[in-house]
Write a protein that binds this ligand. Structure first.
Ligand code: FES
Length: 172
């Protein structure tokens, strides 16, 4: 899990943060043998633990599995599941597929952008939300749709955007 408290705590010194992130990377690496074939599973654990792949993790992983850093970097940038910058804890995905588009998907996206103050591919400054668009989530009958983390919302309206984001904030 991402330790948001660590990210948000402005009183934490950078030395403490470095030690903390080193410790967390050590913990992740201790789950593996150090083989080249483990690269993707290791990066998945790092992504899960930090919410992104920190630069330092690339160096550490490369040493651990004895491959050049550029190899690790190449894999981390090739797969869209890996992020190289911190991303929001809650991922909001708005569908941009044809069925959603013809039923007002663009208006839903605009409203989400307005409410969160970010564009697709960005995260809010408090790292609460990340916004993405998707081609189709396979629920076209419910168009227009959006997804927040694992929750799918259909027949969206601009009014419903506020309700959905508020309910997600309250953890409902
Ligand atoms: S096009 Fe949006 S769910 Fe299929």
């Amino acid at each position: 899990m991402v330790n948001i408290a660590t990210i948000k705590d402005t009183k934490t010194t950078s030395a403490e943060q470095t030690a903390d992130s080193d410790g967390r990377i050590d913990e992740i690496l201790s789950l593996f043998k150090g083989e080249e074939g483990e690269l993707i599973p290791i990066l998945q654990k790092v992504q899960l633990g930090f919410g992104y792949i920190p630069e330092k993790a690339i160096t550490r992983v490369a040493k651990f599995i004895r491959v050049p850093e550029v190899t690790v970097f190449g894999v981390a940038t090739f797969y869209s599941q890996f992020k190289l910058v911190p991303t929001g804890r809650n991922v909001v995905r708005v569908c941009r597929g044809t069925a959603c588009h013809v039923r007002g998907g663009a208006r839903i996206l605009k409203e989400v952008e307005r409410k969160l103050g970010i564009k697709p591919g960005e995260s809010t400054s408090d790292l609460e939300y990340a916004l993405e668009t998707v081609a189709c989530i396979g629920a076209c009958a419910l168009a227009p749709t959006m997804v927040v983390n694992n929750d799918t919302y259909g027949k969206m309206t601009t009014k419903k955007v506020s309700e959905v984001l508020n309910s997600e904030e309250q953890g409902e």
